[in-house]
Design a protein around this ligand. Structure first.
Ligand code: SF4
Length: 120
């Protein structure tokens, strides 16, 4: 089974610890991370699909803007060396994480409410 994921979720889901915006959202993430193959997409993905903040294909999370989310997606793909449309898997991502995570943290994690969940 294949998951469709946007750029920043390729990084952030590696730090998922069972927390999220709703029970349905959390259940869905467990299903997404259990899939072996990933197709990289732009815009709303299989995680956004059950997010309470997704409205009309637009991220309405009050802590971010849709523009910021899209910028995060582009930066995640740039750091990982991936492009939209590529098929990847979790091991390909895990192999690249050690080399990019400090840059990612410095750029994006400071203001994120899940920082403590991810990094203690
Ligand atoms: S907050 Fe925005 S980017 Fe994150 S899952 Fe929800 S809709 Fe998608």
């Amino acid at each position: 089974m294949k998951a469709k994921l946007r750029g920043h979720h390729l990084i952030c889901l590696n730090f998922f610890r069972g927390e999220g915006y709703s029970e349905e959202f959390i259940r869905n993430i467990y299903s997404v991370i259990g899939k072996e193959s990933i197709e990289i997409v732009t815009g709303p993905d299989d995680v956004c699909a059950t997010c309470p903040f997704l409205k009309d294909d637009w991220c309405n999370n009050p802590d971010y803007s849709d523009d910021m989310i899209q910028f995060q997606d582009r930066e995640a793909l740039r750091l990982l060396g991936f492009k939209p449309g590529m098929r990847v898997d979790w091991k390909m991502i895990a192999d690249k994480l050690p080399g990019i995570i400090e840059v990612w943290k410095a750029q994006f994690c400071g203001g994120c409410g899940y920082r403590k969940v991810c990094f203690g």
